[in-house]
Design a protein around this ligand. Sequence first.
Ligand code: TMP
Length: 210
Amino acid sequence: MAGLFITFEGGEGAGKSTQVKRLGDYLSAAGRQVVLTREPGGAPGAEAIRKLLVEGAASRWDGVTEALLHTAARRDHLVKTVWPALEAGKIVISDRFVDSTTAYQGYGHGLDVAMLEMLYKAAIGTFRPDLTLIIDVPLDIGLARAGARGGVENRYENMDRKFHERLRDGFLTIAKLEPARCKVIDGARDADQVQADVRAAVDGALKRHG
Ligand code: TMP
């Protein structure tokens, strides 16, 4: 596809949303056509599924059901929002994508990662992001930031500390397994420094993309 698909990943309170917005502003100012989106969500049907996933008790869904809901939301998001924009040559930046399923449902909740890969392949195929930026922060910083945010979208934040540790290790493992696609960025620094690394990685990807 003509456009470029960039995803941001990380645990709770990594600061992804701020970085996504600032990257969007930077690319728009450079004259690029940019679509900012998020998962779960990013299309009307997928946003309705999001509500089921991020609200309510931590025990609301069993792991497989949860993975199926995320996958359903992801397909709707791709079909309705991401693929049309990429075909039109735009840069699409998504706050989370499939690595969140691998990290949260796989490494976090202990679902078989190979099963999750099969699910992705069956529902979506071989499509992958061109670049994935993993914003990594120590647990205490991330959970403190996420807690300060408040609101009703706290189902995942309320899972125990060990879960969040597995999650962080999971994202770092994904980055090691796919170094050409994934770049880990230290998110514990101030937002300007993080953004400088984000822009350097994206400028590199744009150069390679042509
Ligand atoms: P957000 O807080 O970054 O908007 O993400 C919503 C929550 O959904 C977050 O706690 C991570 C979780 N999530 C998964 O567990 N699996 C997934 O595949 C995705 C996209 C998100």
